[in-house]
Design a protein around this ligand. Structure first.
Ligand code: GLP
Length: 260
């Protein structure tokens, strides 16, 4: 995994947005895997700016989101459908028919999950997957102990994740118990991963994911086996890494052609 440490979350987000923009520029019909949460917000803002000011064109791009809460309609203010519209999709020109987010209101969860996987395959697979990380190391909503080979399916959220995400709801009890999430195996098949983590609350999960053993107890740790994964961190999220100085040295000494 390539570890990129930046002084601030906004500097790291600009790098993430540039990497995404570069892909969209070179492969206009690319398939993007998108994430929710507070972490990717600044990346989306920078992509929106590039769309408005530099003409970055998403009209041929296909998107697949990682996850959705079960039981929340697309109009629910805390649904990930709503989040994506508010924070990214309504500000750019992705064609509505090429946007994919699991339907949390489906009456047939297993059928929907199978179709979601089939749609990803039919689109040619995901070129770049944007990821945040939970404070317990989850990616998507793959909580600790998730199978590292799992596919899109229903999951039950841990108390910790429900508490972490309760800040967006009027009370913790309102956070749904279940979600639909791409599996760890689904994420591992994407061609490139950008894992973003900001703030001290993520330091432990990042240290385990990057330098710890590969274990289902920290699902992000499987990214050590991904052929093209970059972790973009701010200083507070990087503080528990043992080889911090080495990662900085590698980044500072990149050949010019590798710089972003
Ligand atoms: C949720 C999402 C994850 C996200 C995580 C971290 O659980 N399902 O995709 O990475 O929250 O959220 P935040 O970025 O707000 O810390």
């Amino acid at each position: 995994m390539e570890i990129i440490i930046q002084p601030t979350a906004s500097a790291a987000s600009i790098i993430a947005a540039r990497l995404i923009a570069r892909l969209v520029y070179h492969k206009p019909n690319c398939v993007l895997g998108l994430a929710t949460g507070s972490t990717p917000l600044a990346t989306y803002q920078e992509l929106i700016r590039m769309h408005r000011e530099d003409g970055l064109d998403f009209s041929h791009v296909t998107t697949f989101n990682l996850d959705e809460y079960v039981g929340l309609s697309p109009e629910h203010p805390q649904s990930y459908h709503h989040f994506m519209q508010e924070h990214f999709l309504r500000h750019v020109n992705v064609a509505p028919e090429r946007i994919h987010i699991p339907d949390g209101m489906t009456s047939d969860v297993p059928g929907l999950c199978e179709r979601y996987e089939a749609e990803i395959r039919a689109a040619g697979g995901i070129d770049l997957q944007l990821l945040g990380i939970g404070s317990d190391g989850h990616i998507g909503f793959n909580e600790p102990s998730s199978s590292l080979a799992s596919r899109t399916r229903i999951k039950t959220l841990t108390e910790r994740t429900r508490n972490d995400n309760a800040r967006f709801f009027s009370s913790p009890a309102e956070v749904p118990l279940h979600c639909i999430t791409m599996g760890v195996g689904t994420i591992m098949e994407t061609r490139q991963v950008l894992l973003l983590a900001f703030g001290p609350n993520k330091a432990q999960a990042i240290a385990e994911a990057v330098e710890g053993p590969i274990t289902a107890m920290n699902p992000a740790s499987i990214l050590q086996m991904h052929p093209v994964a970059k972790a973009l961190l701010d200083e507070p999220a990087a503080t528990s890494l043992r080889r911090l100085e080495y990662y900085r040295w590698v980044f500072d000494n990149k050949p010019d052609w590798q710089r972003v």
